[in-house]
Design a protein around this ligand. Structure first.
Ligand SMILES: Cc1cc2nc3c(=O)[nH]c(=O)nc-3n(C[C@H](O)[C@H](O)[C@H](O)COP(=O)(O)OP(=O)(O)OC[C@H]3O[C@@H](n4cnc5c(N)ncnc54)[C@H](O)[C@@H]3O)c2cc1C
Length: 297
């Protein structure tokens, strides 16, 4: 068992940026990630909104290097528990535990669901959560994207380059501008197919008759929430299931911070996630500089 100033749970853009900032500020820090780091970035091709052209894995490699160079440790593992331990926290993993003065939850969002009873039957047999990874499997076939945010629309646009027909179903969101794909304002209410997916039924929002849409795959970009079953009990969450923090990124529990997509109100962009990570690290540093909470002067 090791004792750290900060344990960062999740090694995506937010977690790695938090770790680089924390280690750069002289704090001892370990990042624990089940996949070894990168998070969502590992699923992304060319990135938008950055100052230079980069792929997701390029940026992940750069953030990992920054964190390690600054002195942060990286551990591959699944975090299974988080509990108060004295003045700090105990983080349990599938391989032991670490104690820390502060913890930063940078756990991102788990893959979304459609909320249908037989959904599990189609997981990896037509249901996918990554267009960059699985899109090429459906070249020349019709596919559906479920979700209406900017990233869902981008996935639909990217898929339209190789798939015969792309339909975006909004799932309660606002219909995006369509660029090479068809938009249906409605919800998927049934999945169909014996050996894989053959079609979905969509209930349009305007109350008109359900539509059957032939498709070999549904790329699910809706219903995503933080998967923090190990930690979220007792933590204040927004209506979207994401964690509520104050300006310093501290959650409703002392010494427990949240950053990136897992934090309610955070714009789901890389720039935001990286800045959030840095702010959480600075927030976690403040009590160490001023342990008795005395005001300066
Ligand atoms: C399709 C798509 C395209 C996008 N394109 C862009 C773009 O072009 N430009 C842009 O700015 N933004 C883009 N985004 C948004 C951007 O990718 C995210 O905002 C950002 O990656 C979130 O980073 P994060 O660190 O908060 O979470 P994540 O990257 O999700 O990292 C969370 C990490 O925590 C780990 N984790 C969770 N729970 C545990 C646990 N119990 N134990 C161990 N590890 C755990 C996960 O495995 C993961 O590695 C896109 C998003 C999507 C979905």
């Amino acid at each position: 068992m090791a004792v750290y100033d900060i344990v960062v749970i999740g090694g995506g853009a937010a977690g790695l940026s938090a770790a680089a900032a924390a280690a750069g500020l002289g704090l001892s820090c370990v990042v624990i990630d089940r996949m070894g780091g990168g998070g969502e970035l590992m699923n992304l091709g060319s990135l938008h909104d950055l100052d230079e052209p980069l792929t997701g894995p390029d940026l992940a490699a750069r953030l990992l290097e920054n964190a390690v160079t600054a002195g942060a440790e990286l551990e591959i593992g699944e975090v299974t528990g988080l509990a108060r331990e004295g003045e700090g926290w105990r983080v349990s993993t599938d391989d032991g535990h670490h104690d820390a003065r502060a913890v930063i939850l940078a756990i991102g969002l788990a893959p979304g669901t459609l909320g249908l009873a037989n959904e599990d039957d189609y997981e990896a047999r037509g249901l996918s959560h990554c267009a960059t990874c699985d899109g090429p499997l459906y070249r020349g076939e019709p596919v559906v994207v479920a979700g209406a945010d900017r990233w869902a629309a981008l996935e639909a646009q990217e898929l339209s380059a190789g798939c015969s027909e792309v339909t975006l179903v909004t799932q309660g969101g606002v219909a995006p501008a369509s660029d090479g794909f068809t938009v249906i304002s409605g919800r998927i209410v049934a999945l169909e197919g014996a050996r894989g997916l053959d079609a979905v039924t969509v209930q349009p929002d305007d109350g008109s008759a359900p539509k059957r849409v032939t498709t070999q795959a549904v790329f699910v970009q809706t219903g995503r929430r933080p998967a923090g079953g190990f930690a979220l009990q007792g933590l204040a969450c927004g209506p979207d299931g994401r964690l509520v923090t104050d300006d310093a990124r501290q959650t409703s529990l002392p010494g427990l911070y949240a950053a990136g997509d897992a934090r309610t109100g955070a714009e789901r962009t890389l720039g935001f996630a990286m800045e959030d990570g840095r702010r959480a690290a600075a927030g976690a540093l403040a009590p160490k500089l001023n342990p008795l909470g005395k005001s300066a002067g």
